[in-house]
Each structure stands twice: as C-alpha cells, then as structure tokens.
Design a protein around this ligand. Structure first.
Ligand SMILES: [Zn+2]
Length: 268
C-alpha cells in the first residue's frame, strides 16, 4: 500500500500510536453513541447539544470527556445526581481497545488502518441504532458505502479491488435473495432479508475473505445466542465483527487454508 509506515520500526512510536489509538477510539465512541441515540429519536445528530436524559440540563465540555468524566463524576449527572448508564463508558473503553488492537495487529500507519478505524466507528453506530430501533439506519449504511469509495483509491490495484468487491456484493445479493425466497416458501409468509448490509460488507472483503467474514459473523452469532440465551439479535454487530476480523486476518486464513489443501497461491 502507498503511504505506509511500519509501526515496529521504532518501539517508541509503536507504543505512542497504540496509546493514541485507544484515546481516539474512546473519543469516537463517545461521539457515535450520542449520534446513534439521536438518529434513532429523529433529533439533529450533528448539531444538537448533549443533555442529561433525566433533568435535560445541557452538558458542558467538562462533562463530555470520554471515560474521564464518567469516573470523575462517579457515573452521576453533575446537575441532578441521577445515574448515567454505564453503557456509554463500556463502549468508550471497548472501542478504545478495538482501535489499539487494530493498529497493533496491522502494524502499519497507512490508509487501510484509518479505513478500519472509520469502519469500526460506523459499525458501532449502526449496531447501537439497530439494537435500539430494530432497523438498519440508512445514514450509517451510506457512511459505510462512502468510506469504501473514498478509500478504494488508496489500494494498490484499484481496478482489481473494485471489480472484486462489486462481484462479491452482487454474488451475496443474489444468494440472500434466493435464501429469502426459499424461507418465504418454507414458512408460507414473506421473509425479508436486508441485503444492503451484506452487499456493502462484501465490497470491503471481496469473495474469499468475504467467506471468512460470514463464517466469523455466524460463529459470533452462535456464541452470543449461547451466552445471552436469546433467539434473535441484531445483524449489524455480527457483520461488523465478521468484516473487521476478516479484513485483519482473512488473507492469512485463506492463504493458510489454500496451502493446507495444496492449492497454489497463484490462484489468489
Ligand atoms: Zn441530570
């Protein structure tokens, strides 16, 4: 990839970059959880001011530092003393760790790692909005599509990358359409599968790495089902986990599999 800097050439820079990634992850989680919350409620999610959900008091900059404000205020509103849900703190720490892990695993500061950060932020927003509203919010899906278009220009072989992505998106759309038709006839009622998210994820992964994404999403789904004992759950967190995992490890997994099966990498 063009514009690439190896993180592990200098251990000081590596540690600095990983710590900064954690801080930025927490900041973006704070922004996107708020944006998802407002989007679901039909509020202005860019220009609106943050306020306490109990007393409605507008929050100051001091109240909005990710992680730090929550700990300093002991998880309570500064103005009315009501408890602030720990959910936001958990997502700030979680996305911070995901950002730190992403850059540590990828090992380079390049457009691809920035693209992964953007993907992770949008997937968090999409997931929270789907869990809250039961729907995939078009704004976040559009964000994923625009991100793919913008970052495609940084790939080594832009034409091949775009063609492979579009082919994978068309293939998954056709498969999901057939699955929904089969399920509809089996259940004798209309079953709608939202194809948009599957298609957009495949743009990022292409065909072979896309299979890794889908398998990972299925494994994550089964694990969540076993842990939470729920029969239905949101699709976007699973596809988010699957896609990010596949973009980080997919090529390695596919190549190892091909090697194990004795298929030469000339096919890749
Ligand atoms: Zn309050």
């Amino acid at each position: 990839m063009i514009l690439s800097f190896n993180l592990y050439d200098n251990m000081f820079i590596a540690v600095y970059a990983i710590v900064m990634a954690f801080i930025f992850g927490a900041i973006f989680a704070s922004f996107i959880t708020c944006a998802a919350w407002r989007m679901v409620r039909g509020e202005d999610w860019i220009h609106g001011h943050s306020h306490c959900d109990t007393c409605g008091h507008e929050l100051s900059t001091m109240d909005l530092f990710p992680i730090i404000s929550y700990i300093a205020l002991k998880g309570k509103c500064r103005y009315c003393g009501s408890k602030v849900p720990a959910r936001d703190l958990i997502f700030e720490i979680a996305l911070g760790l995901v950002f730190a892990g992403t850059i540590a695993i990828h090992g380079y500061i390049d457009p691809f790692v920035i693209e992964l950060f953007v993907l992770e932020v949008i997937f968090l927003g999409l997931s929270l909005a789907e869990i809250d509203s039961g729907k995939l919010q078009s704004g976040f899906l559009l964000g994923l599509l625009v991100t793919w278009i913008l970052f495609a220009g940084f790939m080594d072989d832009v034409k091949h990358y775009c063609l492979e992505g579009v082919a994978a998106a068309l293939a998954i759309s056709a498969i999901m359409y057939c699955v929904s038709k089969l399920m509809s006839s089996a259940k004798k009622q209309k079953v709608d599968i939202d194809i948009r998210l599957f298609a957009i994820c495949m743009l990022y992964t292409g065909l072979d790495v896309g299979v890794v994404a889908l398998v990972t999403a299925c494994i994550a789904g089964v694990l969540i089902m076993l842990i939470s004992r729920k029969k239905s759950f949101a699709l976007s967190p699973l596809m988010g986990i699957g896609t990010v995992f596949a973009l980080l490890f997919g090529n390695l997994i596919v190549q190892s599999l091909f090697t194990a099966l004795g298929i030469t990498s000339g096919l890749m």
